[in-house]
Design a protein around this ligand. Structure first.
Ligand code: HEM
Length: 400
């Protein structure tokens, strides 16, 4: 077992070690063998691993995304542009600022609005397969999973589709700063990407102020009266929070269904059954494993562990999804299960804005793929990439 217990409820494992990023679930099994919280030496953080603990902490006002005395995230001087676009990020705010900005998004992301995007998602997924069809093989992360979510978000925002690749380049460079293990070169690149992204969105906002159309930027300008800085933060957040996670999750779900061909038929049976496949894939192998919160006061978190005010705590969402107390046969992929919601999309105030959208994209993308390419097989063994925080495949090379 690569995880080492170094004291009572204290363990060590390097998050950059292959044992951790290739198979975090074996580690979670071990963590579930002791009553939490558990202390992760390498991060210097108490961690919650059980479903009930993670769920109640996400929903508790005793914890927030920032320390109690901080209104905004603070970044070093070399991240000044990054700091500017993060200033109004929903993920960095709490009520009342969070409530106001979140309200301006919620209406656009309700099921009724999202369902209107279904034909576009379907058309785009089919167009990707049309292009690949004759090849007989492809790397599906790049050729299928990546183009779909970015086109959807770009379309919703009102960014021209031909700029999708540029958006992705900025996003990939920026999201490295969200992990707990970045380096200075990554940070400088992220700051530069934030600056360019900021400037591009500012020009777009100026255009839409004069000539509004049917998109989010226009509605923020004309209906919600958000400031330019707020709109830029929200737009960047939608792409950064929404794109990468959906790409990884689509890759993880395709991989699971290739490994379990007996469940592929469920995708075609009905949209409801297909939704259940998507939900179970999100429980079983989600893309985002760790989020943190700060205690807003001194607080007892159980089993005699006390956090000081402003102490940070890690919430292991993917471990909670495998909690044997919460899910029967937690370590098996069972798309027909009916034991309820998972924490892959969070819970409480910061619950994922794109929850419905991402599940819709995943369902349609899986249905189109397995319908059009029913003989899909792995061309080479898959491997997860070197990132504990963004749990996704390095490559998904397939043949049909
Ligand atoms: C499978 C794909 C996705 C996963 C697994 C995912 C997961 C999550 C999780 C766990 C959170 C909560 C973070 C926390 O509590 O600290 C979150 C928040 C968020 N997500 Fe997603 N997400 C996905 C797709 C999307 C999409 C497609 C969008 C938008 C287009 C999106 C936009 C957001 C935003 C804006 C927040 C912040 C909400 C707030 O702070 O109020 N996500 N997501």
């Amino acid at each position: 077992m690569p995880l080492k217990w170094t004291g009572p409820r204290q363990f060590s494992i390097d998050p950059r070690s292959p044992a951790c990023y290739l198979d975090p679930y074996t580690i979670y099994q071990e963590l579930h063998s002791v009553p939490g919280p558990v202390y992760w030496n390498d991060y210097g953080l108490w961690c919650l691993t059980d479903y009930e603990q993670v769920d109640s902490t996400l929903k508790s006002s005793a914890f927030a995304r920032l320390p109690s005395n901080q209104q905004q995230p603070s970044y070093p001087a070399h991240l000044q542009h990054f700091a500017r676009v993060e200033k109004h990020s929903l993920l960095a705010l709490e009520a009342p600022h969070h409530t106001r900005l979140r309200r301006s998004l919620n209406r656009s992301f309700v099921a009724k609005e999202m369902n209107k995007l279904a034909p576009f998602i379907q058309q785009h997924a089919n167009a990707c397969i049309d292009e690949l069809m004759q090849q007989g093989s492809a790397e599906l992360l790049q050729d299928y999973a990546a183009p779909i979510p970015v086109r959807v978000i770009a379309g919703m925002l009102g960014v021209p589709p031909e700029e999708s690749q540029q958006l992705l380049d900025w996003s990939h460079t920026m999201v490295k700063v969200y992990t707990l293990t970045q380096n200075k070169d990554d940070e400088l690149a992220a700051d530069n990407a934030a600056h360019e992204f900021d400037q591009r969105l500012q020009r777009l906002i100026n255009e839409k102020r004069k000539l509004p159309s049917d998109d989010l930027l226009s509605s923020w300008i004309h209906e919600h009266e958000l400031s330019d800085e707020e709109m830029i933060s929200l737009a960047i957040l939608l792409l950064n929070a929404g794109h990468e996670a959906t790409v990884h999750q689509l890759g993880n779900a395709i991989n699971l269904l290739i490994e379990h061909p007996e469940h592929q038929a469920l995708l075609m049976e009905s949209d409801k059954q297909a939704d259940a496949v998507v939900a179970e894939a999100l429980r079983f192998d989600p893309p985002l494993h760790l989020f943190t919160r700060y205690a807003q006061n001194d607080i007892d978190i159980g089993n005699g562990v006390k956090l000081k005010q402003d102490e940070q705590i890690a919430l292991l969402l993917a471990s909670a999804n495998r909690d044997p107390e919460r899910f029967g046969h937690a370590d098996q992929f069972i798309p027909t299960r009916s034991d309820g919601a998972t924490l892959a999309l969070g819970a409480g105030t910061h619950f994922c804005v794109g929850a419905y959208l991402s599940k819709l994209e995943l369902r349609i993308a899986l249905q189109v793929l397995f319908k059009r390419l029913p003989n899909l097989a792995l061309q080479s063994p898959t491997q997860y990439k070197d990132s504990f925080h963004f749990h996704g495949l390095d490559k998904l090379q397939v043949t049909w």
